[in-house]
Write a protein that binds this ligand. Structure first.
Ligand SMILES: [Zn+2]
Length: 265
């Protein structure tokens, strides 16, 4: 009985292994380009901004602070984007503000916002999403809202695509997109939106905003909207709210203050 030379067997085994590796590589490459997945262009990156931080707690409800909720949601959004192959950055990843302590700029909150805008100018993101949580008086106001840059059709498209997803997770009478003159929106020269994920003062919204499951669903919705934006998807219409008037109250005065959201310190 003849025996094959041992090197022949090793050669075929090696070939088989190489074939398997090649097939796995092709499968991985293909999986990254399946239809429906975003195809990020080189340089595409998203900046996620957890609102407030450090001494600035934002809104609060008992011991629940906006700054903590926004950070948790922002980390989840960043993870979702990176899972989809989109580089994502946070303006902060811990409980701190971005106040550069430059005495030449008046006001700690103003310095914090300017630092966030400056960071955006350095990162040059294809989109910036600032995450916030709202507060109203009593239980009258509910639902997610997204604010966009008045002069930017791309900012409006981003806002509409995020809201389209988010309104299913945090439904309510304030669902809508609106242009706003907040400092961050007028200072960042890239498509930027400010998401108010829901009202901490309303029980149903609060349950979603504060539960791990709710935060996951909010982050998933925001990330899905961002990915639709990156794919070039058109904005759903109509999505602008006809007017702020039905929602105005104590809330409206805060909302229209130019340099902060409704929970600025
Ligand atoms: Zn806020």
């Amino acid at each position: 009985m003849s025996r094959r030379p041992i090197w022949v067997i090793s050669g075929w085994t090696l070939l088989a292994l190489l074939g398997l590796l090649l097939a796995a590589g092709v499968a991985l490459i293909y999986a990254g380009t399946l239809p429906g997945r975003p195809a990020p262009r080189p340089g595409d990156r998203v900046l996620v901004d957890p609102g407030h931080g450090g001494i600035d707690s934002g809104c609060h409800w008992d011991q629940l602070f906006e700054k903590d909720l926004t950070l948790r949601m922002a980390v989840l959004v960043k993870n979702r984007l990176e899972e989809a192959g989109v580089p994502a950055f946070l303006t902060r990843s811990s409980d701190r503000d971005l106040d550069p302590l430059e005495p030449s700029i008046r006001g700690r909150h103003q310095r914090d916002l300017q630092a966030r805008a400056e960071l955006a100018r350095q990162v040059r993101p294809v989109a910036m999403v600032s995450l916030h949580v709202n507060a109203g008086t009593g239980e009258r106001l509910s639902g997610a809202m997204v604010f966009y840059q008045a002069q930017s059709p791309e900012s409006r498209r981003l806002a509409a695509l995020i809201l389209e997803e988010l309104r299913n997770v945090v439904p309510g009478n304030q669902n809508g997109i609106l242009s706003a003159d907040f400092y961050l929106l007028r200072s960042v020269p890239h498509p930027t939106v400010l998401v108010e994920a829901g009202f901490l003062t309303t029980a149903r919204d609060r349950a979603t905003l504060t539960s791990p499951d709710g935060q996951e669903r909010i982050a998933e919705a925001v990330a899905t909207g961002i990915l639709a934006y990156l794919r070039g998807q058109a904005a759903p219409i109509p999505s602008d709210r006809p007017s702020l008037a039905p929602a105005l109250g104590g809330f409206g005065r805060d909302r229209l203050e130019p340099d902060t959201d409704g929970c600025g310190s």
